[in-house]
Design a protein around this ligand. Sequence first.
Ligand SMILES: NC(=O)c1ccc[n+]([C@@H]2O[C@H](COP(=O)([O-])OP(=O)(O)OC[C@H]3O[C@@H](n4cnc5c(N)ncnc54)[C@H](OP(=O)(O)O)[C@@H]3O)[C@@H](O)[C@H]2O)c1
Length: 250
Amino acid sequence: MQMTGNTILITGGTSGIGRGLAKAFHKLDNQVIIAGRRQSRLDEITATNPGMIGFQLDVQDPQAIAAFTARVREKIPELNVLINNAGISRPETLPGGSDLSIARNIIETNIIGVLHMTAALLPALVTKPQATIITTTSGLAFVPRNNFPTYCASKAFLHSWLQSLRVQLRGSSVEVLELAPPYVQTELSGPHQLSDPHAMPLAAYISEVMQLLADATPPDGEILVERVRGERFAERNGDYARRFAIFNGL
Ligand SMILES: NC(=O)c1ccc[n+]([C@@H]2O[C@H](COP(=O)([O-])OP(=O)(O)OC[C@H]3O[C@@H](n4cnc5c(N)ncnc54)[C@H](OP(=O)(O)O)[C@@H]3O)[C@@H](O)[C@H]2O)c1
């Protein structure tokens, strides 16, 4: 993708990977708009990155998405990059009885939120000479962990859905990219993850991603840092059973 001069909306821009990408794109002279639920974080990040814009948005709320995207289309018509990054991860023990609230929250945020945001902004993006949709999936889309069943499945859903979207948009100005992170030091599963030595440091992850984006169009539209390639290509490399067993303590 072109790395400068874009107008970029990042959902889940208030922490972790979204915040890291926001800062990196901001430094490269892009107009960056971050969205998330926590107003205090939006305020803090926009205050420390002059020119960056913050909007409160809950991607689980379809009416909020409709109002928000209408506002973006009207006030920021130059928007040409959407980064669907907001996501949640929660452990689940199956069968969990009749309470599907955890699974429902994950599906509404990680899947329906992405579908809504994309549907609402795609008509505007296709009118731009150059546009990009980046959606954050996960290495766990390719080798699941049993204690995060709906989370892993939500990312596998996105991986499949993005392939279809990419083909449907072939020949348009919209490039469809999948960002599949490995385990990274963020707050995704709680504060302990920020300093988990098994997780990739956030700054190193963002720096490798920005380099991959700048280098060339990623093969098959997938942005894969070195550390996630083993999971991504486990099936192809005949390494799936071993990795699945390690991930799941078998
Ligand atoms: N870190 C990893 O190991 C890892 C690995 C693979 C994939 N990922 C993916 O990377 C993405 C970013 O996660 P992260 O690791 O950076 O974790 P994070 O620090 O917890 O960030 C998650 C972001 O999503 C936002 N968010 C969550 N629910 C939302 C909602 N309903 N509406 C709007 N925004 C919402 C949060 O903002 P608010 O709380 O302010 O709303 C936050 O900015 C996720 O899609 C995650 O699945 C992460």
